[in-house]
Write a protein that binds this ligand. Structure first.
Ligand code: SF4
Length: 220
């Protein structure tokens, strides 16, 4: 098969997003939050945990911890009581106390919207910072989680393993105005159709555009 030219790949990527959008127009972040601080905490908690699991613990957490000061004033042991059903809960409990203190010291208790400022906060990596900034209208970005990483490879959008490199490829491939929606759509498609272990190629709306259609996932 002839190698795909860059312009062809860009057109294919746009069509992939258009079709998933048509099939899943309701795609959006699945974490529950009402404030920037709740968003930041929920995204931080979602590392190596499902959004569903996070949404089970955050109602009580957000009821009792409303401000950066509340997190700064508590202890990891108290937070562990709220978070024990979440993966890595001990580390996350420690991180939330440090996060509260850092927000007070550096940002007057407010959540910054710039990705770089977010990424410097305790427990917040580049991906978490990217997800928060795009939902706060801080910056346009294309943060890469496990679903976007997997689908970018399967769809032939990136050959890289490092999320930052994959993000750079996706930013080159799609117009900036589509990054936010494409980020959400690819995650929904990954969760509902293109599963890590058993991709449902037979009911995939982009199967004819996918180089990995029908190819069993590699065993780890
Ligand atoms: S055809 Fe299969 S591997 Fe390709 S995106 Fe669809 S579900 Fe995933």
């Amino acid at each position: 098969m002839a190698a795909e030219r860059v312009e062809e790949r860009k057109a294919r990527a746009l069509e992939v997003i258009r079709r998933i959008d048509a099939a899943m127009p309701e795609a959006k972040i699945e974490l529950d939050f009402t404030t920037p601080l709740e968003l930041l905490v929920a995204v931080l908690l979602s590392a190596q945990t499902t959004d569903k699991r996070v949404n089970l613990v955050t109602p009580a957490l957000f009821r009792d911890f409303r401000t950066a000061q509340d997190y700064a004033d508590t202890t990891p042991q108290v937070l562990e009581g709220y978070l024990k059903s979440v993966g890595l809960f001990r580390n996350k409990s420690k991180a939330l106390v440090k996060l509260g203190k850092a927000l007070l010291e550096r940002h007057h208790g407010q959540v910054p919207t710039a990705r770089a400022a977010l990424a410097e906060l305790p427990g917040v990596g580049n991906k978490t910072a990217g997800v928060v900034t795009i939902h706060l209208d801080g910056e346009r970005a294309f943060p890469v989680d496990t679903h976007i990483l997997r689908l970018s490879k399967r769809l032939g959008f990136s050959r890289h393993e490092d999320p930052d490199d994959v993000e750079a490829d996706l930013r080159r491939l799609l117009p900036e105005a589509r990054w936010f929606k494409a980020h959400q759509l690819i995650i929904w498609h990954g969760r509902r159709v293109c599963d890590a272990r058993s991709p449902a190629c037979h009911r995939c709306v982009v199967a004819d555009l996918c180089p990995r259609r029908g190819v069993p996932p590699r065993k780890r």
